[in-house]
Design a protein around this ligand. Structure first.
Ligand code: ZN
Ligand code: ZN
Length: 358
């Protein structure tokens, strides 16, 4: 399909992660883990390139150099077995199905019909008001510099899952800041206020209905994610809640940490399509949620999507490219991706749903 090298960054990074996990906790293990992430996050394939990323720790350079010279995946595996320490790798399962930064670049390169530069909306990012690193103004300016014509801030609401989130007063203050931005810069880039709200165990939202008006609510599960029980009911009930714009990182998986929650996804997606709740493709590299496989199932069920960076820093805004790469892999068409809408198109779509924060 795509012209990936035989020994891709995905293969190299996984080898480094496995080697790291085979060692007892300590400095050597950390060095290999860091090297694994450096390779995973490097935007170009290392095979065939002359230099290694500067983010690879010095102590790991000999190992990375040796692995990179392997001519096949089998050779990489053999090297890993030769060098491995006493422990069995534990997290390989929860690292499957993620795109490396080089994969993202390759996928985007080969799909001229869906170009990242044409994304109009920068959706789902955080500010200092919850757990982000920058102010609303800094984040909004960064979105504008990237060419967005609209942007949706989505800080956490304060609740059981997020003590640092916005309370009622915080939401009001942010709303005033959003309005002030739009008075000054609204013609160049329209700012909208969203809120990332917790889906409680019973499927209700951790934000009363009366406080949802004027906000683009993205509902998300952050608790009970390790629970192996089926959570279809919880998600279906959340989709029935009024005033939900999108379901954020639906699975709740995290790279090398957890595979995410279990549900009958087809049923969840059909309900989302019927309720006109968009599904998020979260492009934060350690989330990638929905993944391409589930996004394809959602597209077949008739869902629309938001591509989210889940940025907690201006630098992270480009993670919407990862989300776009996942959408491309899933075969989602442009008309289903809300981020490609111009401002007036978004306005019309929100109006139709009775969500009109303009
Ligand atoms: Zn979240
Ligand atoms: Zn978030």
């Amino acid at each position: 399909m795509y012209p990936w090298p035989v020994v891709s960054n995905a293969v190299l990074a996984e080898a480094l992660f496995q080697l790291a996990e085979s060692l007892s906790p300590g400095e050597d293990r950390l060095v290999l883990l860091r090297a694994g992430y450096a390779v995973f996050d490097h935007p170009r394939e290392l095979t065939g390139s002359r230099r290694l990323p500067e983010t690879v720790p010095l102590d790991a350079l000999p190992t990375v150099t040796m692995l990179r010279q392997c001519q096949s995946v089998d050779a990489v595996q053999a090297a890993v077995q030769r060098l491995a320490g006493p422990h069995r790798p534990r997290h390989a399962g929860s690292r499957q199905g993620f795109l490396t930064a080089a994969d993202v670049a390759a996928v985007l390169d080969l799909e001229p019909r869906l170009r990242a530069q044409e994304l109009r909306g920068a959706v789902h990012w955080h500010t200092r008001a919850s757990d982000g690193a920058a102010t609303l103004e800094m984040m909004a300016r960064a979105c504008m510099r990237r060419g967005s014509s609209w942007a949706v801030v989505c800080d956490h609401s304060r609740g059981l899952a997020c003590v640092n989130g916005l309370d009622e007063e915080g939401v009001r203050l942010q709303q005033a800041a959003v309005r002030a931005w739009n008075r000054r810069h609204g013609d160049e880039m329209r700012l909208l206020q969203g809120l990332e709200v917790e889906i409680l165990e019973d499927g209700s939202l951790d934000l009363p209905r009366s406080r949802r008006a004027g906000l683009l609510v993205v509902a998300a599960v952050h608790t009970e994610l390790g629970d192996r029980r089926d959570q279809t009911g919880r998600l279906l009930r959340a989709l029935e809640e009024p005033g939900v714009w999108a379901l954020a990182h639906p699975r709740g998986r995290l790279f090398a940490r957890r595979g995410g929650l279990r549900a009958n996804w087809e049923l969840v997606f059909r309900q989302a399509a019927a309720a006109d709740v968009a599904l998020e493709i979260n492009g934060f590299p350690r989330r990638q949620d929905l993944d391409a496989g589930l996004a394809a199932v959602a597209a077949a069920a008739g869902c629309s999507f938001i591509l989210a960076s889940d940025a907690h820093h201006p630098r992270h805004l480009e993670f919407d490219r990862t989300a776009l790469a996942l959408a491309i892999q899933a075969g989602v068409t442009r008309g289903r991706l809300l981020n490609f809408l111009p401002v007036f198109g978004l306005e019309a779509a929100l109006d139709e749903r009775g969500l009109a924060p303009f």
